[in-house]
Structure formats: structure tokens, C-alpha cells
Design a protein. Structure first.
Length: 453
């Protein structure tokens, strides 16, 4: 009998999955019973997210540099990047179309009788006024940091990706002279992932604080008022996973999406509690490497996906935009909807570059297009804002799932996926080794060792 089978099972109360789900339930209960006190728990959730965010930039840098320099092939980076962008564009376009189709089919908000003149929009007035969408040129120029240190201090993922690729290219060009630097960066990454392990133990506290604040601040009453939109959004999200991402994973990767969801259940619960997919970015990089994706593919696709592969946000954009039109009795023509879809294809990719994420991207897009009168738009955005926190959870979870599957697809496309390892881990025949990113040489050495055996 193998040591893994004879090992004593960890007590339930020590399991992160159990701890986080308990914290979420307690947070919901506390927010409902004592809403005023619950809103004071917000720093717990924000603090946990900030702890994770401070680790993202250095982890991306170390993973990208060691992965690319270890390959010694900068051309492959360009090829992987091009394939990833192509895949991201196709999938997010499908998500935008599904969101538009769902909202047109069920027409949520069409029966709402709103007194536009009397509706209070003070809660979002300041947010909308301060919102603007950068042009395509501005977005591209923003990827280039003013200073190397500035990119890390501000946590700009795309800027860190650019620096990492250039740094890795420089090391590769140095040949043997760069090996010592690679070894130092590899050793430094060991410490970073141990730090992430320590911070992740605080996830239940962060989930409790974020959930208590959400329920205490916005209440469950807003859910009933706009329940039709919320239910439609989550139903469309489930349909998107089952009918789009599931078949892609089954027929192309030959893997089960349900098994994959079970594999990342802890990460999904943390996102459920914190409403932020960034809170698990380092863990997802570990997860995908342990599942058999090469370190170089993981290091490029996962961080890039957080800016360009926002499946959940894409569903939300078209659904929320057309809902506002229906709720404020502002009918949109077919031509206007097609134009909206085209604009969102561009602006959705800039979501990571706009402070306040999806809601502000939505507000900026609609405000710039002028297809809904300003007063009606203010009222519609106020309606969305009342439940945006609850919808942001769904967006973040769908984004997370989409990025995980995108990594598997690109890894297989590049022949950088150990299918047997992935299949065994997802089926439960083998336990994932979550220390692969900490090991010198990473996945490739482990696979070579197994093949020689």
C-alpha cells in the first residue's frame, strides 16, 4: 500500500474548503442579523485581498522569467501569446453574444415601472462622472511602465508581464552567464510561494469579512427587487460553462469540466467569499502547473487572462446594458445593439486597466456611446449598482474557471500539457503536487524523471 493511502486523513476542521464555506455562512448570518456591525468587517476582506495582491507582481515575474529562460526559446513566447489572444477573443465574443441573446429572450426589467425623475442616483453620480474609457492607443501605451519599479509597486499585471518577457529574453541571450541569475530567481520564488501558503490560511477570515460587509451593506432586499436579472445572469453563466467551456474541455483537452471544478473548489470558494478572482491568482498558477501545464505557459496565460479573458464580465456587460435599456423604457434598435457589441469587444479587454472593474467599464462604455439618455442611464446604473456586489461574485468565478480552462487549451495546443498527469489528478487517481513551482526545474524535470523510470 502506498504512503498516500496509509496517510492519516486531515480533520475536517483543518480543511480550507470547510473553513471557507463555514466563514461564508457565518458572514451571511452576521450581515443579516447585525447589518451595521457587519459593514465594519470590510477591512477583513480588503486586507486579505491586499495581502494576496502584493504577491502577484513578484510571483508573475519569477514564474515568467524562470519558465521562458528555462525554455531558451523566446519565439515560443510570441507563439503562445498569439494563440492565447486568439482564444481569448473568440471565447469572450461568444460570451458577449450569449449575454445579449439571454437578455433579449427573457427581457428582464421590461415590466419595471420606474419614475425616472424621482429616482435617487446619488450613490453612483460621483462614480459615473469620474469614469472614462481609455482609447486603444492609451490602453496599449499604458502597458509600457514609466519605471520598472513603478510597475511592481502599482501591481500592473500587463506591465509586469512585459518586463518579465524582456528580462527573460535578456537572460536567454546571455546563455550560460545568465544561469546564476535564473537560479537566484528560482530560489526567490520558493519563498514567495511559501508566503502565499501562509497568507491563504487567512482566507476564511477574509471571506467572512467580505461576505458580512456585502450582506450588511446591500441587504438581501435588493436581491428580490432585481432577482430576475441576477437569476438570469447566473443561469446564463452556468449555461456558458456547460455548453461552451465544458465541450471545449471535453472534446479538445479530453478532460471533464466537472472534475476540473472539483479540483479548484477551494479557489472557487475563496472567490465566492471575496468577490475577487485576484485573491487566488497565485494559487491558480500553482494549481495549473500541478495539473500538468508547463510553467512557461502558466506564467503567460494565467496573468494575461486576468486582463483579456473575462468571460463572466463579458456576459455581464451585454446583459446589464440591455437591462438598463429595458428598465428605463429606452428601446434599442438592432443596429444599436450590434454597435454596442462591437464596442464592448474592445472595452471589455480594458477592464483590468480601469479602477473599479466591470461596473465602471459598463458605465464608461454606455456614457460614451450616448445610446441611452443621461438621466435614464443614471437611473439604470443605480439599479445595477444596488446588486453589483452580488453579481461581481458570479463574474469573478466564471472568469476564474474560464482562465483555468484557457490555460489547459493553450498548453495542449503547444504540446506543453502532460495529459496523463492531468487525467490522473482530475480523476483522483493521483494527488496534485502543489510544490512544482517551487522545485528547481519545475514540471519538465519531474516528467523526464518519470519517463526514465
Amino acid at each position: 500500500m502506498t504512503p498516500a493511502k496509509t496517510a492519516k486523513k486531515k480533520p475536517l476542521y483543518k480543511d480550507l474548503f470547510f473553513q471557507v464555506i463555514t466563514a461564508i455562512v457565518l458572514g451571511i448570518g452576521f450581515g443579516y442579523v447585525a447589518p451595521e456591525q457587519a459593514t465594519a468587517m470590510k477591512p477583513l476582506g480588503d486586507g486579505f485581498i491586499n495581502l494576496i495582491k502584493m504577491m502577484i507582481a513578484p510571483i508573475i515575474f519569477c514564474t515568467m522569467v524562470t519558465g521562458i529562460a528555462g525554455m531558451g526559446n523566446v519565439k515560443q513566447v510570441g507563439r503562445v501569446g498569439a494563440k492565447a489572444i486568439l482564444y481569448f477573443e473568440i471565447i469572450t465574443t461568444i460570451a458577449l453574444l450569449m449575454g445579449l441573446g439571454a437578455v433579449e429572450l427573457f427581457k428582464p426589467g421590461s415590466d419595471m415601472a420606474i419614475n425616472i425623475a424621482a429616482y435617487d442616483t446619488s450613490a453612483i453620480a460621483g462614480k459615473v462622472e469620474a469614469t472614462h474609457m481609455p482609447s486603444t492607443v492609451d490602453f496599449i501605451m499604458h502597458i509600457i511602465p514609466n519605471t520598472i519599479v513603478g510597475a511592481f509597486s502599482e501591481g500592473e499585471i500587463l506591465q509586469v508581464l512585459l518586463i518579465s518577457i524582456l528580462f527573460a529574453a535578456g537572460l536567454t541571450a546571455l546563455g550560460e552567464k545568465g544561469r546564476d541569475v535564473i537560479a537566484i530567481i528560482e530560489s526567490f520564488s520558493h519563498v514567495l510561494f511559501k508566503m502565499v501558503d501562509i497568507i491563504t490560511k487567512l482566507a476564511p477570515i477574509g471571506a467572512f469579512g467580505a461576505m458580512a460587509y456585502t450582506v450588511g451593506k446591500f441587504g438581501v432586499g435588493s436581491l428580490t427587487e432585481l432577482g430576475e436579472l441576477i437569476l438570469l445572469f447566473y443561469a446564463t453563466g452556468i449555461l456558458f460553462i456547460a455548453c461552451i467551456l465544458g465541450p471545449i474541455m471535453r472534446f479538445y483537452c479530453k478532460l471533464s469540466v466537472l472534475q476540473f471544478l472539483k479540483y479548484i473548489k477551494e479557489e472557487l470558494l475563496i472567490v465566492l467569499g471575496t468577490s475577487s478572482s485576484e485573491s487566488v491568482l497565485p494559487r491558480m498558477m500553482e494549481r495549473m502547473t500541478a495539473l500538468g501545464c508547463s510553467k512557461s505557459v502558466v506564467g503567460l496565460v494565467v496573468p494575461a487572462g486576468y486582463s483579456f479573458n473575462l468571460d463572466g464580465s463579458s456576459l455581464y456587460f451585454t446583459m446589464a446594458a440591455v437591462f438598463i435599456a429595458y428598465a428605463t423604457q429606452t428601446p434599442l434598435t438592432f443596429a444599436q445593439e450590434i454597435t454596442l457589441l462591437g464596442v464592448l469587444l474592445i472595452t471589455s479587454k480594458g477592464a483590468a486597466g480601469v479602477t473599479g472593474s466591470a461596473f465602471l467599464v459598463l458605465a464608461a462604455t454606455l456614457a460614451s456611446m450616448k445610446i441611452i439618455p443621461d438621466q435614464n442611464l443614471q437611473v439604470g446604473l443605480a439599479l445595477i449598482f444596488a446588486v453589483d456586489r452580488f453579481m461581481s461574485t458570479g463574474r469573478a468565478m466564471i472568469n476564474l474557471i474560464g482562465n483555468g480552462i484557457a490555460t489547459l487549451v493553450i498548453a495542449k495546443w503547444e504540446k506543453e500539457l502532460d495529459y496523463k498527469l492531468a487525467s490522473d489528478v482530475l480523476a483522483g487517481r493521483r494527488q496534485a503536487d502543489m510544490t512544482l513551482l517551487e522545485k528547481d526545474g519545475g514540471l519538465q524535470k519531474m516528467i523526464a524523471k518519470e519517463k526514465s523510470a
